[in-house]
Design a protein around this ligand. Structure first.
Ligand code: OAD
Length: 241
C-alpha cells in the first residue's frame, strides 16, 4: 500500500531525482553486491574490481566481467525499470541516476540516464583511454588490446577510482535542485553516490526510499517503503496516473 502522503507530494513535484542501485535489477536476475547471495560474498572485490588487480591478472578480471556480461545479455528489464520510464514523461523534470553498470534502464527505454559507475557494455584502453563498444571476449587466454597496444579494460569504476566527472557533477546538481528524491534498491554505503540522498534532503527535498531492508537513508527519509521495487514502483505510477 503506497502512503497517501507520498502520492500527494509527488503530484506537486516539479523536479524529481531518482538514484538506483543493484536492487532494481535484482528482479531481472542480476545479482546484487551485498546481502545473502551478493557477489561480494562469493568473490573478493579487491581481486576483481581494482586497477592493480587488473594489471596483475587481467585474464581473471576479464573472465569475471564476461560472466556478468553474459548474465545481463540473457535477462530483460523488469517492471521497476519500466515504471521509471513512465515517470520520465509524467514529471516536468526527471533525473535518473544509477550506480548500475548493466544498461537495463536504457534497454527499458529511459532516455536520460546518468551512469555513475560506468557501463559494462563498454571497454576502455588503459593507455590511450579510447572507448570500444565492440562485443569482445578473451581470445584464447589473451585479453583484447587497443589499436595502440594497450590492454582493454571494462569501462566501469573500480574501487579507489574517481567517478566520471561529468556524471558526478550532473548527479550533484540533480540532487541539490530536486524537490522529490527516490532512493531505490541501494545499500547506500558506497560514496559519493550514497551522499546524493543526503544532499537532496539538506536542500529540502522529500526523500522516499524503496528497499527490502533498512539502510543508512532510512534514518532521514520522509518515507521508507519495504518492498520490491518491481512491485512498489508500478503501484506508485498507477496511483499517480
Ligand atoms: P548493493 O548490493 O550494495 O545493495 C543492493 C540493495 O538493494 C540492498 O540494500 C538490498 O536490500 C536492496 N534490494 C535487493 N533486492 C531488491 C528489490 N527487489 N527491490 C528493492 N530493493 C532491493 O548494491 P548497490 O547499493 O548498488 O560499485 O552497491 C553500490 C556499489 O557497490 C555498486 O555500484 C558497486 C558495488 O561495489 C562499483 O562497482 C564501483
Amino acid at each position: 500500500m503506497i502512503p497517501l502522503e507520498l502520492i500527494e507530494q509527488a503530484k506537486t513535484a516539479q523536479v524529481v531525482t531518482v538514484l538506483t542501485g543493484a536492487g532494481i535489477s535484482a528482479e531481472s536476475g542480476v545479482p546484487t553486491f551485498r546481502g545473502e547471495n551478493g557477489l561480494w560474498k562469493k568473490f573478493r572485490p579487491q581481486e576483481l574490481a581494482n586497477f592493480d588487480a587488473f594489471m596483475r591478472n587481467p585474464e581473471l578480471v576479464w573472465e569475471w566481467y564476461n560472466y556478468r556480461r553474459k548474465i545481463i545479455e540473457e535477462i530483460s528489464p523488469n517492471s521497476g525499470h519500466f515504471a521509471l520510464v513512465e515517470m520520465e514523461s509524467y514529471f516536468p523534470q526527471f533525473n535518473l541516476i544509477t550506480q548500475n553498470v548493466d544498461g537495463l534502464h536504457q534497454r527499458a527505454g529511459s532516455r536520460n540516464v546518468v551512469e555513475l559507475h560506468g557501463n559494462i557494455g563498454r571497454n576502455r584502453c588503459v593507455k590511450c583511454n579510447r572507448i570500444s563498444t565492440e562485443n569482445l571476449s578473451l581470445n584464447g587466454q589473451k585479453v583484447p588490446t587497443c589499436e595502440c597496444g594497450g590492454l582493454l579494460r571494462p569501462d566501469v569504476v573500480w574501487f579507489g577510482e574517481l567517478l566520471p566527472e561529468d556524471a558526478i557533477q550532473k548527479a550533484f546538481q540533480a540532487s541539490k535542485s530536486c524537490d522529490f528524491f527516490f532512493s531505490i534498491g541501494t545499500s547506500a554505503v558506497v560514496y559519493p553516490a550514497a551522499s546524493l540522498p543526503e544532499i537532496a534532503k539538506q536542500n529540502g527535498a522529500f526523500v522516499v526510499e524503496i528497499n527490502l531492508e533498512p539502510t543508512p537513508i532510512t534514518s532521514f527519509a520522509d518515507i521508507s517503503i519495504r518492498g520490491k521495487s518491481g512491485i512498489v514502483l508500478p503501484q506508485i505510477v498507477k496511483a499517480l496516473t
